[in-house]
Design a binder for this molecule. Sequence first.
Ligand SMILES: Cc1cc2nc3c(=O)[nH]c(=O)nc-3n(C[C@H](O)[C@H](O)[C@H](O)COP(=O)(O)O)c2cc1C
Length: 209
Amino acid sequence: MSKLLYIQASPRIERSYSIAVADAFVSAYRQRNPKDEVIAMNLFKKDLPAFDGLTVQAKYTILHGLKHTPEELAAWKKVEELIAEFKSADKYVLAVPMWNFGIPYRLKQYLDIIVQPGYTFSFSPKEGYKGLVLGKPIFVSYSRGGAYEKGSPAEAFDLQTKYLQLALGFIGFTDIRSLIVEPTLASADVAKQKREEAIAKAKEMANTF
Ligand SMILES: Cc1cc2nc3c(=O)[nH]c(=O)nc-3n(C[C@H](O)[C@H](O)[C@H](O)COP(=O)(O)O)c2cc1C
């Protein structure tokens, strides 16, 4: 039995294109894998600790090989809990809107919490950086209001897929399957058609996940 962690990074829930596509993927997956556990979380509803001065200090205390103060320890405990929850999954599904050419701030905050040396990546002068989240597939459903097709002048503005691919690769993901629904802010007809096409493709992609 596998555990699938389904992370939504849009606050728009039932209006969200990225969630509609990811939902279709997850429900097709559930049908094929009824015994698997699916844990869903929306990052706009989840209690994410601020990555503030105290938490950064707790991180640097570890980096410098020192002992946490009680305050740092308490702040770091929440970070460790979220990392443990993330790493406990065998498979991942991520729904990600484009916000100002990048990712929504709640997903960035989540990444700032879970991307940590010694937990999700390692560093040694000899071997450099190595991801520690290994052998796990991830399906990413991207949505954006405009269109950023490969080879078009708009492609340079797409820091959403570029950043996320890089961040996921950095912590060890190699099996990254993705699907883009765009342009969601085009005419209602075009957006509806693109949504339906992406949903059909997502269901197909779930069959081999
Ligand atoms: C704060 C904010 C910033 C946005 N920035 C962009 C952008 O830079 N480029 C773009 O094409 N669409 C942008 N959009 C539009 C969204 O990408 C689009 O509505 C998409 O469908 C959102 O994903 P969702 O439907 O899953 O919520 C933005 C929307 C919001 C709310």
